[in-house]
Write a protein that binds this ligand. Structure first.
Ligand SMILES: [Zn+2]
Length: 122
């Protein structure tokens, strides 16, 4: 470790892409460590510039639940994530929008496609 522990400064920033491995209370928070207050300020600034998207946090909670137990139905998802049906719906819609945007970007074509229901349900 390049920075001695005694010289470290810590801070929590809001980051919707940061999902805690097991503690839901810490979802959406990122722990920053820096060598001094000045560097910490720089790091905090970087995360302040990133938009906080609550759907991203919800999608992360769903992903974590599914990672533990792959074949959850919607009700079990509600139990495991602490989200309600509407939040889950919004999170999944947000996720597929991101996915489609990424696909468009990769294949170099934009435009709506008839794939809104492409995701098969078990
Ligand atoms: Zn530093």
């Amino acid at each position: 470790m390049p920075v001695p522990l005694t010289a470290q400064v810590l801070s929590l920033v809001r980051d919707s892409s940061c999902i805690h491995p097991y503690d839901p209370d810490q979802d959406g928070e990122r722990r920053l460590t820096a060598c001094g207050t000045e560097h910490l300020g720089e790091l905090q600034e970087r995360y302040r510039a990133r938009p906080f998207v609550k759907e991203e946090v919800w999608a992360g909670k769903i992903a974590r639940a599914r990672h533990t137990q792959p074949d959850l139905d919607e009700e079990e998802l509600v139990d495991m994530t602490g989200l309600n049906f509407i939040q889950i719906e919004h999170a999944l819609a947000w996720e597929s929008k991101c996915f489609l945007r990424e696909q468009d970007y990769r294949h170099g074509h934009a435009g709506p496609e008839d794939q809104t229901d492409a995701e098969g349900s078990a």
